[in-house]
Design a protein around this ligand. Structure first.
Ligand SMILES: [Zn+2]
Length: 278
């Protein structure tokens, strides 16, 4: 697993499998916070968005959060694919917030994510101490805003720090992208990946919805310092825009990007074509 800071309030971890990313996002320091030695690690409320996959990576994510002063009070998942839903294994006390569309998917296909995780674990001989389970799932309205850090100041005088939630369906029928305004970071879920072509072959995925989500993401990329796709690690805005253009060309005209046309991507491409009836 790789771990890197793209901002003082955003740490990204990248799993060894599928380069699945997760981000720790912390409320910014109050303007009157003391500076100097130790101030940087004074814990502040944080969310974990998505998850790494292997048990040691989940454990390490919890350790990194603790050491860096990210006090994880909640979990978020960009969409309902199982490899993004493992946050509760690292932070069993925290509730998992998902888009209403994802909550509906998880309820409608009850147990599917857990079954898929078990199948992966069986195939790769992965042993987990803690049994799988999503715990308490909360449905969030999307588009919408989500406050972070409110728990620390009951007086209401502190500035509000809100994550923006944007609809991001197409890869699957559910999902959201998360914009972190104070860090200018976009957590976009399974879009804009440098390692994986756009895919919509899973249940309820849609080529047209995918194209519409790319348009919804573009103004956010243009404001971003960093974009964190669901697979492949953080990329800067210039690279994200280049990938955006490649992905539009792929979704509209089936043009496989030069850097993403190995055998695995070709297989995904065939599944996309079958799903689109092409
Ligand atoms: Zn994924």
């Amino acid at each position: 697993m790789r771990a890197l800071a793209v901002h003082s309030d955003v740490l990204v971890v990248v799993s060894r499998v599928w380069q699945t990313t997760a981000a720790l996002v912390r409320a910014p320091a109050p303007a009157d916070a003391p500076s100097g030695p130790g101030a940087a690690t004074t814990p502040r409320e944080a969310f974990l968005v998505d998850s790494p996959v292997y048990p040691d990576e989940l454990e390490l994510t919890a350790q990194v959060a603790g050491q860096a002063g990210f006090s994880v009070a909640g979990l978020l998942a960009t969409h309902g694919d199982w490899d993004h839903l493992l946050g509760p294994l690292a932070f069993p006390q925290a509730a998992l917030g998902v888009a209403e569309t994802t909550a509906a998917r998880l309820t409608g296909h009850s147990g599917q994510a857990v079954r898929e995780m078990r199948a992966f674990d069986a195939e790769h001989y992965v042993a987990r101490e803690r049994g799988p389970g999503l715990g308490d799932v909360q449905a969030l309205p999307v588009p919408g805003k989500l406050e972070l850090g409110a728990g620390e100041d009951a007086g209401g005088s502190a500035p509000r720090h809100e994550l923006e939630l944007h609809a991001a369906d197409g890869h699957t029928g559910d999902g959201m992208a998360i914009w972190v305004p104070w860090a200018r970071v976009l957590l976009c879920g399974d879009y804009l990946s440098p390692v994986e072509i756009p895919t919509w072959h899973d249940a309820d995925g849609s080529r047209t919805a995918y194209r519409a989500t790319l348009d919804r993401l573009k103004p956010l990329i243009e404001q971003a310092d960093w974009v964190v796709p669901g697979h492949g690690g953080p990329i800067d805005a210039a690279r994200a825009l280049a990938i955006w253009r490649e992905d539009v060309a792929y979704v509209e005209d089936w043009a496989l990007p030069i850097a993403r046309r190995d055998a695995t991507q070709q297989a995904l491409h065939e599944r996309n074509r079958a799903a689109a009836g092409a």
